[in-house]
Design a protein around this ligand. Structure first.
Ligand code: PMP
Length: 427
């Protein structure tokens, strides 16, 4: 059995049928912008390996930080103990995060950070005398992870809620905000989506702990960029009815949108903020749930007086060291200028796609470039075609998109855009 045959027989890949595995390629190594396959094919990673690898693969500063930490202490439990990597990362996070986000819970992955956020919201409401507030409001087309509670607030159609009926908590959904970030804001609640949100919260607030959503950019649910004013006004509606606000910035955090956090497009801050993906520059799985003093005090003063979560690998020192190194790299560079330059180039070079008959929309926000097709595209077909052009692209749904690492050179950005245009022409 070759290694690939073993893989195809025994290993499940994301969203696949292990009985009928699709085409899979063995990666030999990664470096900077590139993924090298075992046959020597070198591909530009236009996906930043599912949006995490913002400084490129195997960045020497991050791998060095992991090596150094590995030699001292790969792991130690966080119960009753603490360590420098956790503390120094905490300081770095407070330097960049929205100012009210003063309390930090470290966890293992994005989905877990969403679980933690939802649990924080329920515990806070319970502590404040509202034990009935154990459900959530959210917008359609969202994505928050694949664990049960996170899944319950993912889009009901793409999240296959009918399949998991009975197992998933039933949540409250409103349509996604209809006004895009590039459009003029309209104060009419019947047209800006806030009328529906108010109606939903007004009717159900006695059972809603929090309103959870991806601020400004809906990622997996459609690469949709909406107007931040929706969030400012949603905050006011939440406050009026005692509903908490959770921002899931797992995909948008750390400069991806052209702001450090998508929250920075707004004049408000959430009660709870989820971060993951690019937190370690994509080098190790890690995430965090941040919250404000009011939440921490509320949870601490309620029953049972502690926050009921504590994973085995909480604050893993290797992950903390990687995340600190990644944040320091980000802070030391003109990431804003870099992301803007990538955005400007993608805007120019993806524009010709607008004239293609099967293209519904072309949009760019920060280092996110999207060609939305009128039909669904096959990820495997797209991958095969892009591979011939030296680019790794893996579209989903109707979207051919890129989130390149910030180290992408103008030439590499051009190759990515050419690959995307090629897919939009032939698929
Ligand atoms: N929230 C958002 C907005 C995401 O994009 C993702 C991952 N794509 C998650 C949560 C889940 O993160 P993870 O895959 O690390 O569990």
């Amino acid at each position: 059995m070759t290694p690939l045959e073993f893989d195809q027989k025994h290993l499940w890949h994301p969203y696949t049928n292990v009985e009928k595995p699709g085409p899979t390629f063995v990666v030999k190594e990664t470096e900077g912008m590139h993924i090298t396959l075992d046959d020597g094919t070198k591909l530009i990673d236009a996906m930043s390996s599912w949006w995490c690898m913002m400084h490129g693969h195997r960045h020497p500063k991050i791998t060095q930080a992991i090596h150094d930490q590995l030699d001292r202490m790969p792991h130690v439990m966080f119960g009753g103990l603490t360590h420098d990597p956790a503390i120094e990362l905490g300081k770095a996070l407070l330097r960049v995060a929205p100012p009210s986000m003063q309390r930090i819970f470290y966890c293992d992955s994005g989905s877990v950070s969403v679980e933690v956020a939802m649990k924080m919201a329920v515990q806070y409401q319970h502590a404040k005398g509202f034990p009935g507030r154990s459900h959530f409001a959210t917008i359609r087309s969202g994505y928050h992870g694949d664990t049960w509670k996170a899944m319950s607030v993912c889009d009901p159609t793409t999240g296959m809620h009918h399949l998991f009926q009975g197992a998933l908590s039933v949540q409250h959904f409103v349509d996604r905000p209809p006004i895009r970030i590039t459009e003029a804001w309209n104060d009419d609640p019947a047209l800006n989506g806030l009328g529906d949100l108010r109606a939903l919260i007004e009717a159900n607030h006695r059972e809603i702990a929090a309103f959870i959503l991806e601020p400004v950019v809906q990622g997996t649910g459609g690469m949709y960029f909406y107007h931040p004013e929706y969030l400012n006004q949603a905050r006011a509606i939440c406050d009026e009815f005692g509903v908490l606000l959770i921002f899931d910035e797992i995909a948008t955090g750390f400069g991806r949108t052209g702001k450090m956090f998508a929250t920075d497009f707004c004049s408000i801050e959430p009660d709870i903020l989820c971060l993951g993906k690019a937190l370690t520059g994509g080098h190790i799985s890690f995430a965090t749930t941040m919250t404000n003093d009011r939440m921490a005090e509320g949870i601490g003063n309620g029953e049972p007086g502690i926050f009921m979560h504590g994973p085995t690998f909480m604050a893993n020192p290797l992950a903390c060291a990687a995340a600190r190194a990644s944040l320091e790299l980000l802070e030391a560079q003109d990431w804003h200028g870099t992301v803007n330059a990538i955005a400007t180039q993608m805007t120019q070079e993806l524009a010709p796609a607008r004239d293609l008959p099967n293209v519904a929309d072309v949009r760019v926000l920060g280092a996110i470039g999207v060609i939305e097709m009128k039909h669904r595209v096959s990820a495997d077909e797209a991958h095969a075609l892009a591979r011939e052009m030296g680019v790794f692209l893996r579209p989903f749904g109707t979207n051919i998109y890129t989130m390149p690492p910030f180290i992408a050179s103008p030439d590499e950005v051009s190759k990515i855009c050419a690959g995307m245009l090629h897919l939009a022409r032939v698929l």
